[in-house]
Unconditional design. Sequence first.
Lengths: 112, 428
Amino acid sequence: MKLVTAVIKPHKWEDVREALEAFGVTGMTVSEVSGYGRQKGHTEVYRGAEYDIALVPKIRIEIVVEDGDAEEVVGIIVRTAQTGRIGDGKVWISPVDSVVRVRTGDRDAAAL
Amino acid sequence: MDGYYAFMLVATLLVLLMTTPALALFYGGMTRSKSVLNMMMMSFVSMAIVGIVYVLWGWSMSFSDGFSGDGKLFADPFKLFGLKDVTPDNYIYVMFQLTFAVITAALISGAIADRVKFSAWVVFLPLWVTFSYFPLAHMVFGGGLIGGKIGAQDYAGGTAVHINAGVAGLVLALLVGKRVGWPKDPGRPHSLPLTMIGAGLLWVGWYGFNVGSIVPAALGDADFDTAQFYAETGRTFANTTVATMAAILGWLAIERLLHGKATSLGAASGIVAGLVAITPACGAVNISGAIAIGAIAGAICAYAVGLKFKFGLDDSLDVVGVHLVGGIVGTLLIGVFSTKDGAAGIDGLIYGGGFGSLGDQALGALIAIAWSGVVTLVLGLAIKFTIGWRIAEEDEVAGIDLAEHGESAYDIHSGGGSGVLTGQGGKA
């Protein structure tokens, strides 16, 4: 199994969720996060005083999938979240040793 | 006459609204979320302390010699102590003037936000109004040196209120010193909606301040001059309105030029800058003069608030840049734009009145600057070397609301994390 983690622009979140559901992804964990990459933050000016706001708000999506689905899920996220402008985010895949469904104790593929 | 009494009741309530809650909201929104309660409390306690002191000896010290025009610095503080010998049918005038003293003192608090012992402020308030505001109110409104002898025009308090508070803010900001981390972290405003609500309420309240400052030619039923009353209140109301509108535009224009964006804080600040500048001039100028004064004040103040960074002066909420600068602009421009139709019947520079009026205005402003500067310096030093102004550095960093009042303004962090990720630290 693989963990797909995506950090995307907040306004793309609804589109990405719909595309993933259409593909058959049944669940995910989503959090509002802050960070920066090459995009950096922005500048605010109050009565002439400049503030560099370093962190940019983003949405982080975490999905555990079977090995064979990982590349397809990544592809969907990238296609849907892409605007072509700086700050679109990142998606990465990590190996997952084991998954347990808390309600039933089912393991691995049965737990997804 | 009955109408005039009702008018004074409304005007007094409107000026009361200016301090609590308008000024408290305007200033409170500009502080950080950890200091908003202390900032608002500085206004609220000014209401309580200055108000009591006012009926004890404030009214007497400002107005007990019957507008004699004697050119004195202040009147006898004991003659009408505790309003003895003032009949209740005159109390409304006392209350009206009381609200002026309250807001003048409260205005100063913005210069020393986030870092001053509440006890030091409580001690400063009665001393400062006694030695700075009450004398200047006598000099300007009570027939004393500035209004009575020199004849400088000040309809509602450009000198006695705004220059006075602005100079006091300048002196205290210097004496008290900068906040921890300033100017690297200048303190991003925590709630601009509060500031905009405050500015809007100040605007409404200011009609009490300016329009209510009319001095009718005669108060008796038979000889009350209705024509004068209508003309003068109409003029001050309209001038207060258009000057403030022009000041918003002036501030936003300068901001757009200097920093690229027209901001909500700029609009709120422009409102106050315009109101400050038209305060002394609202009875003296015509509509175009009021628009000019508003636009000039908005533009100059928008530029002036940036200067504190060059001078290293942590005038936290720009009492100097808005009230001192705006007060001087309005006071001086009377000498340029006043017309013979105005309350004092004097033509200014552009209407062929020469430099005489401008000179009187400048002298009046200078006396107010010098008086407030010296008094505030002496009182500020006395407090600095006795009880001290500053709270402990670690309390300032943790937040003055908690240290001085044992409260927090908002309980929003419990569900939303520590605030570290949302950039609340800010940096320059």
